[in-house]
Design a protein around this ligand. Structure first.
Ligand SMILES: *[C@@H]1O[C@H](CO)[C@@H](O)[C@H](O)[C@H]1NC(C)=O
Ligand SMILES: *[C@@H]1O[C@H](CO)[C@@H](O)[C@H](O)[C@H]1NC(C)=O
Ligand SMILES: *[C@@H]1O[C@H](CO)[C@@H](O)[C@H](O)[C@H]1NC(C)=O
Length: 976
């Protein structure tokens, strides 16, 4: 009995001293909150049951009666469900769980948080719909659900909020429409619904009732139709952002009545017509952006009279002059008007009154001189004037503009000497002055241009010699100065340019020898010194340049023999013609294929027709050769006769089987004749030219249209190509591969007749200003089609076929933009399925599309095609050619990775693509990057690529690669 009493006593005592005994009810609720969350960072470690109140705990604020009024757990690395126990705290008015990984839905019982005024759940992983009951918390003033995965509709009940001032739900997966009920929340100051995949619909006119609204952000909400007239009611609006929708009609004049507006964003919509008049009321307006619409007419003077900070009207159809008044704004720092039809000259005072940073007026019809004061405040960074008709000099003042980073003036009529200091600006990385009429020297002050990566001054009238100081520009990747009057010697200092990838000094008056030490140009891919007055021997060391694959030394007076070391190079292009070279052609090059590389060197001998003048001892050799030829020809004639005989009388069945190489046989079946086709092969009908021949469009008398490729009459290389193409295509039947109807091979006449593809090649469409025809859906369909064609070649043909020249110019489009792969001139059939890898003697493929490993190993397999296909994807997404000068010598894949990293998707994707599809575009970009992995083993097979594309087409999210990692995988670091 006594012992029982003692036990009871002990128990009571222990209860008294247990800390829990002292803890208040709110602490208990918060400890339940802690229990319900996963807290790997230990953010809630000091939430302990030893404290009497929770008021000193991380993230907790109490009122003066020690009641919790605020739970702020921003950025605490918490995950788990929404901690409903917080709603038991009776005085709680503020919850912030922003920037965690809460991954549940928001419970309907959230309304039990009765006294809440502030609810911030942004940057989490919330899913499901927004509970209608949230609107029962009448006290709410602030809701931020940005950057979650909420889906469904915004509840109608939200119209009942009386005090709500801020509602942000940007970047979710809402897929209803923008509800008119929001127009009833007249207390709203900020309404932000941007970047949600709403179903297409109009802007609700009811939003015009929001008379207190200051911020309306509805970009990328799939809005259609006009801006409602009722929006004139937004009398307090400061920031109106409706960009990236499909809004139509003119920009309404009501815009000019929104007196308090500071920023208007209307870019990337479908607005047409002229800009409205009456801007003078908008005294607060600082930023106006209506770029990428279809606006016509002139830029209103009144708009330019406002003290704007920036004005973006690029890619419209505006004409007329740029108002002089824009130069008066004391705030202007960014002016982008490129891609219009503006004429006249630039405002003469531009840059005088404000700290101008960016000026881009490319692709207009502007003329006159470059204004004197552009850099008066010393902050001008980008000056882009390409493809206009500017004339006159580069003003001396720009030579003092040390802030300049990117300078592009290509394609104007600028002339005179370039100011000496302009050559040496310390931050410039891109200097592109091509195709003007500049004269004078390249100044030795160029030595100051420490950051220069691309120096392109081709097609001017520059003279004098190339300054020695050019060799100190250690970041230089490309130096193009072809088609000038440069003289003197090539400075030996150039061999120190360790990053140099391209050196093109062709068509100048350079003399002297190739500098010693040229093999130190370890990154040099392309060396073009053609058509100068260079002499001396071709240095042996050229053969040890590790990545050189383009070498043109033609039309100089080089003498001596051709170094045998050239055989070590993996050359794409070799031209030593028209020099004074002598001796034997190195054995590897002593092939007919290389004939053009050596022509015009009288002393050069080798087993190639056309080399070595038939003088002296050569004469007897020539005689022997003629004799031999006669025998060979007679033999061939005899053989052909026999073959024809056999063919005609014996083997009629074989005709159905594929490869048909007789003269026109299959044409008759198709109902047209050889003569008909021959008549149509006129210059006027040429629709394309390739490495192997011209392509004609031929309309037959029966109304049918075909494309006829006539191969260049040349060496036996052509013979090979002809046979390869006929053999390859004859066997292949697939909806995404161009059909070869028939062929003709009689002596000089080598014709291939294909189905006609009315929309031409993808490359032309994409890069020759017709890209508007290619919207996102069309582009995606083209990618899928091409992938299926390629997958067929790789996986369904036995033996499998590697195309080896996949590029946008080899993807043709039919009348419905269905895509088909063409041009099998270099296709290689992989005979041994297991080995699967062939070594080739010559590099084939096209610049910008060649897989990095190919340039080194010359080993080709399907993976090289997949790399090239990846480049085509990137080309479609970015709208850039793989050799865009903006890349500063980098390849497209590297550029995409770097730009994506630094500046985000908006700077990567083709601006003419509808950003409504941004998410899908990103996914396609990921596939493109995966295909261009620098390690071949990381590239997916074409079959996988097709599957990924189909998954994307079916809108299946989270495509995962074979290791289960989600990509992108930007592993471009190593090779080039
Ligand atoms: C909170 O901590 C401070 C000092 O750290 C202390 O003075 C105060 O009494 C504590 N308040 C409560 C309610 O525990
Ligand atoms: C919540 O806490 C973070 C820092 O932890 C702070 O930056 C933020 O302003 C707080 N939020 C509120 C609404 O007090
Ligand atoms: C909760 O709000 C109601 C009304 O809004 C108010 O009467 C009550 O005092 C508040 N409760 C607390 C604990 O602040």
């Amino acid at each position: 009995m006594a012992s029982a009493f003692i036990l009871l006593l002990l128990f009571t005592v222990s209860l008294c001293f247990h800390p829990n005994f002292a803890i208040n009810q709110e602490s208990l609720y918060l400890l339940r909150v802690k229990d319900s969350l996963s807290d790997p960072a230990g953010s809630l470690n000091n939430w302990s049951d030893r404290d009497a109140t929770p008021c000193n705990w991380t993230g907790i604020v109490c009122d003066n009666r020690n009641s919790v009024i605020s739970v702020n757990l921003t950025g605490a690395s918490l995950s788990g469900p929404f901690p409903m126990f917080v709603c038991r705290l009776p005085s709680l008015s503020m919850i912030s769980l922003s920037n965690n990984s809460i991954n549940s839905s928001l419970p309907v019982t959230i309304s039990s948080c009765r006294n809440l005024t502030y609810l911030d759940l942004s940057d989490n992983l919330f899913v499901g719909t927004i509970p209608y009951s949230l609107a029962d918390i009448h006290s709410l003033r602030y809701i931020n659900f940005e950057a979650n995965n909420f889906s469904g509709e915004i509840p109608e009940s939200f119209g009942n909020f009386q005090l709500l001032e801020t509602f942000k739900i940007n970047e979710n997966l809402l897929n209803g429409t923008v509800p008119a009920a929001l127009g009833r929340i007249t207390s709203l100051k900020s309404l932000e619904l941007a970047y949600n995949p709403f179903s297409p619909g109009r802007l609700p006119p009811e939003l015009g009732n929001l008379t207190n609204l200051e911020v309306l952000w509805l970009s990328h909400c799939h809005l259609e139709g006009p801006i409602p007239e009722s929006f004139v009611g937004l009398s307090r609006i400061k920031n109106l952002d409706l960009s990236g929708n499909r809004l139509t009609g003119p920009i309404p004049s009501l815009i000019c009545k929104l007196k308090s507006v500071v920023q208007i964003e209307l870019y990337a919509n479908l607005f047409t017509g002229k800009l409205p008049a009456g801007w003078s009321n908008l005294t607060e307006l600082r930023r106006f952006d209506a770029a990428m619409n279809n606006l016509t007419g002139t830029i209103p003077d009144e708009l330019c009279e406002l003290p704007l900070e920036w004005l973006n009207l690029y890619e419209n159809q505006l004409n007329g002059q740029i108002p002089e008044s824009i130069a008066k704004s004391p705030n202007l720092y960014d002016l982008r008007l490129f891609g219009n039809q503006l004429s006249g000259s630039l405002p003469s005072e531009l840059g005088k009154n404000s700290a101008l940073q960016t000026l881009d007026v490319s692709h207009n019809n502007l003329s006159g001189v470059i204004p004197e004061h552009l850099c008066q405040r010393g902050v001008l960074e980008e000056l882009v004037l390409i493809y206009n008709s500017f004339s006159g000099n580069i003003p001396e003042s720009l030579g003092k503009c040390r802030s300049l980073m990117r300078i592009r003036m290509r394609g104007n009529q600028l002339s005179g000497e370039i100011p000496a200091d302009f050559w040496g600006l310390p931050h410039v990385y891109l200097l592109d002055l091509d195709s003007n009429a500049f004269s004078g020297n390249i100044s030795n002050k160029i030595f100051g241009a420490r950051n220069l990566s691309t120096l392109s001054v081709s097609e001017n009238m520059l003279s004098g010699s190339i300054p020695r100081e050019t060799g100190s520009l250690e970041n230089l990747v490309e130096f193009s100065a072809h088609d000038n009057h440069l003289g003197g010697e090539i400075p030996s200092s150039l061999v120190h340019l360790g990053q140099l990838g391209k050196l093109d000094l062709s068509n100048n008056h350079l003399s002297g020898e190739i500098p010693r030490g040229v093999k130190d140009l370890k990154q040099l891919n392309e060396l073009n010194l053609a058509n100068n007055r260079l002499y001396g021997e071709i240095p042996d060391e050229i053969g040890s340049m590790p990545v050189l694959n383009y070498l043109d030394l033609s039309r100089n007076t080089f003498s001596g023999s051709i170094p045998r070391s050239l055989q070590n190079l993996k050359l794409n292009m070799l031209n030593l013609s028209n020099n004074q070279l002598s001796g034997e052609v190195p054995p590897l090059f002593a092939k007919e294929v290389y004939r053009d590389s050596f022509l015009g060197n009288p002393g050069l001998c080798g087993d190639i027709a056309g080399l070595c003048n038939p003088t002296g001892e050569n004469r007897s050799r020539a005689f022997l050769w003629v004799l031999r030829s006669i025998f060979v020809i007679a033999g061939i004639v005899f053989l052909v006769g026999v073959v024809c005989f056999v063919w005609k009388y014996k083997n009629a069945k074989k005709m159905n089987k594929g490869v048909i190489m007789t003269k026109w046989t299959s044409f008759h079946k198709l109902g047209f004749s050889e003569f008909e086709i021959n008549e149509c092969l006129k210059e006027a009908n040429v629709i394309g030219r390739g490495a192997s021949g011209k392509v004609y469009k031929v309309v037959l008398s029966n109304g049918e249209i075909v494309a006829v490729k006539k191969l260049w009459e040349r060496s036996d290389k052509i013979e090979d190509e002809f046979e390869i193409e006929v053999e390859t295509l004859g066997k292949v039947r697939h909806k995404n591969i161009v059909k070869l109807w028939c062929s003709c091979n009689t002596g000089s006449c080598k014709l291939l007749v294909y189905e006609y593809m009315p929309n031409g090649s993808l490359g032309d469409l994409l890069h020759i200003n017709k890209s508007k025809l290619l919207n996102w859906r069309t582009r995606f369909k083209i990618v899928l089609d091409a992938a299926e064609g390629l997958s067929y070649l790789h996986h369904d043909c036995v033996p499998s076929i590697v195309h080896r020249d996949v590029k946008s110019n080899n993807i043709l489009l039919d009348e419905n933009f269905g895509a088909k792969i063409s041009d099998f001139g270099v296709a290689k059939i992989l005979k041994t399925v297991n080995q699967g890898v062939e070594s080739m003697s010559v590099i084939v493929g096209s610049r910008g599309y060649i897989a990095p490993e190919y340039a080194y190993t010359l080993r080709v397999n399907e993976k090289s095609d997949i790399y090239s296909f990846g480049i085509v994807i990137l080309e479609l997404v970015t709208g850039r050619t793989p050799t865009d000068p903006d890349f500063g010598g980098k390849d497209l894949a590297t550029w995409v990775c770097m730009t994506l990293d630094k500046e985000g998707i908006d700077h990567v994707m083709d601006p003419s693509l509808d950003s409504e599809f941004k998410e899908q575009i990103c996914r396609l970009l990921d596939i493109g990057l995966l295909c261009t992995s620098s390690l071949p083993i990381n590239r997916p097979s074409m079959r996988t690529v097709v599957k990924m594309l189909q998954a994307l087409a079916n809108n299946m999210p989270n495509v995962v690669d074979k290791d289960g990692k989600t990509f992108p995988s930007c592993d471009q670091e190593s090779m080039v």
